[in-house]
Design a protein around this ligand. Sequence first.
Ligand code: SAM
Length: 317
Amino acid sequence: MTDAPLSYPGDVSPDAWSGVHRGPLRAGEWVRLVDGKGRKHNFELIEGKRFFSNKGHLEHDELIGREEGFTVTSSAGGEYLVFRPLLSEFVVSMPRGAAVVYPKDSAQIVAMADIFPGAHVVEAGVGSGALTCSLLRAVGPHGRVSSYERREEFADVARRNVTQFFGGDHPAWTLTLGDLAEELPASGERCDRIILDMLAPWDCLDAAADALLPGGIVCAYVATTTQLSKFVEAVRVHGGFTEPTPWESLVRDWHVEGLAVRPGHKMIGHTAFLVTARRMAPGQRAPLKKRRPAPGAYGPDYTGPRPPGVPDTPADD
Ligand SMILES: C[S@@+](CC[C@H](N)C(=O)[O-])C[C@H]1O[C@@H](n2cnc3c(N)ncnc32)[C@H](O)[C@@H]1O
């Protein structure tokens, strides 16, 4: 280990639109201070300004010009760890209009909906813009993310958050105010991936199917089992998609200390369910499921959409 001054390859290229900087902290950048109890404070560095906490104050000028990854002590003896916020930290601390897609789920969406550099991705609703940031990171400046949001106040929050994270207007992003089910068909856009994070994604399924290119992926993020059921059955009934894949992810932290190695007490349990399905080519249908539905699955109490091949009355098993 050496404390010799670091030599940097320079800042990350602004053309990458990563939202990340290297090198000494500069005025105008956001930093994240974490105290001994894990409390977080995010603020923009402004020359001559002071940061106040229950442990006194700190001059922003003490932070500007230093390499991130250091500890500072405030006027009343509070110790703070100083780093630039990561994307996963930014989205859970930024101002919110609607509930955000949590980082564990954004990661699943980017991986399992196969968001690639250069992709054209459509998403609705934009909410607070959390998922938008991950999508823009993944498609890069040569891709395209077209976001739709029907509530103007949420669109405004998202615009501020996304612009703050990337430090300007990301060239791959467009935000349209309105309902995806109406605006997407009107736009004539065709796309590789569509992400639906809203209460009623089945209402947008026809628009999504018409816009998706063959082989494209629709991905829905829904909070409840009733939404999950309705969306999966709606995809089956539509017929222009492969059999949908539903899942959720649970993330458990671990306590690792000497001989005490055990699951942690806090866990990111249920946030929402994810469903993906691939768009078939025009006029093509995926083979029907070979397995018979579980007994009672579509019995007299089932009132949702009935997939092709499932009789109106339940089979007598
Ligand atoms: C849970 S929030 C989305 C959160 C967002 N994905 C994020 O990570 O910050 C759901 C949003 O969908 C919007 N919405 C619902 N149905 C919509 C539709 N058909 N078209 C466009 N936006 C819609 C709502 O107004 C709301 O802002």
